[in-house]
Design a protein around this ligand. Structure first.
Ligand code: PMP
Length: 461
């Protein structure tokens, strides 16, 4: 509707902008800054482009917050959503079932690491995590009287798992999470494998993944009362696109096995091809006990999440006793339209051989990112597949960060927007996270605009 009203007509855009400022409260936004800026009103999406109400097109450099997979408006997903809406838009999943959810569960189990056999739906990344935490906790409560002490969790510093209170409890980003601490349950922390700013002042690879040894120590001390270790495999996204060194993830799996604690892999961001494989756990042949999926599951079109569990966990919830039930569910759990979109998303992976095309594109992206290190204020460039973080620093030698008030990342984002690229920073880290369908030419264009925007902002300041 808006796209039809927009061309050459500033009226609705200005009106929408002021209505937005009058009535809305945006997520993760300092609203006093928002109110001072002109809101960008997006009215359309096609392929890797978004279009604003003025008709200006932008490359979607963050896959609409890390969820778009095959581009906007993919006809197969549009068709599936339309068909499913006409057949059945929604019916409860409590006590009933429906074809799209069943078929999708079968597909997900077929794709996930072997040994995950059960799918529990919810509707966002945070709820997928919340479900995993509750399952892990209740599993040990029900497994045997001897395991009832296992009630706690271990998580990494810089972790991000969503914004509901359980997910915030395991989160480790002070800026986002500290204010809520009085509301949260206690969690043991192991240090993130943040090689650029190593908390142990070591250097990879000479360190031989020293942090994994320290992590093992935390597990050893607390295993008796720990239900699960939760982590974002391979890349800690919101913490600043921190990539774990090879071998870290498989060490975590080994340690969890040794000390009998569950491993929860939060693949909300890394899942569905983002790191080059369908799931990041595949890079190190790891099978978690619980796997959290969301974002890309519907190709970035509708909210849907899934927590996958092993049969061992599932069977601890069976029994004649009502109290063994997993007491969790949402009104829109397993929504048929979202499940139909997810089925279409997975079909596109097959039809377009999306994953087979990734290595070449990842290689290209890697090459294109090389010149960034020539920029005076780029301290570190991190890439895992199509997840890129470019850390800006005031001074490269001392790695001194830009002060938060200057909002350097935000300045770069605004500059990139003027040049036709949508991105969103994580503090001083510029994020580039293109849809998997991005063509080589579009990829080069995204990188070029990012480079020029960083140079324009950091070298004029
Ligand atoms: N886990 C991870 C690893 C994430 O990156 C995110 C979102 N960025 C979440 C959980 C939360 O997902 P949602 O925003 O859908 O609740």
């Amino acid at each position: 509707m808006w796209s039809r009203m927009k061309k050459g007509d500033r009226g609705p855009s200005e009106n929408l902008g002021s209505l937005d400022k009058k009535f809305l409260w945006h997520p993760f936004s300092q609203m006093s800054d928002w109110e001072a800026e002109e809101p960008l009103v997006i009215v359309g999406g096609e392929g890797v482009y978004l279009e604003d109400v003025q008709g200006k097109r932008y490359l979607d450099g963050v896959s609409s917050l890390w969820c778009n997979v095959h581009g906007h408006g993919h006809p197969l997903i549009v068709e599936a959503v339309s068909r499913q809406s006409q057949e059945l838009a929604h019916s409860t999943f409590l006590g009933l079932t429906h074809p799209s959810a069943i078929l999708l569960a079968e597909k997900l189990i077929g794709l996930a690491p072997e040994g995950l056999t059960r799918v529990f739906y919810s509707d966002s990344g945070a709820t997928a995590v919340e479900v995993a935490l509750k399952m892990a906790f209740q599993y040990w409560q029900q497994k045997s009287p001897q395991t009832r002490r296992k009630k706690n969790f271990i998580a990494l510093t810089q972790a991000y798992h969503g914004d509901t209170l359980g997910a915030v409890s395991v989160g480790g980003i002070d800026l986002f999470h500290e204010v809520y601490r009085p509301l949260l349950f206690h969690v043991q922390r192991a240090e993130a494998p943040y090689c650029y700013r190593c908390p142990f002042e070591k250097t990879y690879p000479e360190c031989e993944i020293f942090c994994a040894g320290e992590m093992e120590e935390v597990v050893r001390q607390h295993a008796g009362e720990t239900a699960a270790f939760i982590l974002e495999p391979i890349v800690q996204g919101a913490g600043g696109m921190i990539n774990a060194p090879p071998g870290f993830l498989s060490r975590v799996r080994k340690i969890c096995d040794e000390f009998e604690i569950l491993l929860i892999a939060d693949e909300v961001a890394t899942g569905f091809g983002r790191t080059g494989k369908m799931f990041a756990c595949e890079h190190e042949g790891v099978r978690p006990d619980l796997l959290c999926l969301a974002k890309g599951v519907t190709g970035g079109t509708l909210p849907l999440a899934a927590t996958l569990a092993t049969e061992e966990i599932y069977s601890a919830f069976l029994g004649p006793r009502e109290s063994k039930t997993f007491f969790h569910g949402h009104t829109y759990t397993g929504n048929p339209i979202a499940c139909a979109a997810a089925l279409a998303n997975l079909e596109i992976f097959e039809r377009q051989r999306t994953l087979e095309k990734m290595p070449e594109k990842i290689e290209l992206l890697c090459r294109e990112l090389k010149p960034f290190l020539d920029l005076r204020h780029v301290g570190n460039v991190r890439q895992a597949g199509f997840m890129v973080g470019i850390e800006l620093v005031l001074d490269r030698a001392s790695k001194s960060p830009y002060p938060g008030e200057g909002r350097i990342g935000h300045q770069v984002t605004l500059e990139a927007r003027r040049r036709g690229l949508i991105t969103r920073p994580l503090g001083n880290v510029i994020v580039l996270l293109p849809p998997l369908s991005t063509s080589p030419r579009e990829l080069q264009e995204m990188v070029r605009i990012t480079y020029e925007s960083i140079r324009a902002v950091t070298e004029s300041a």
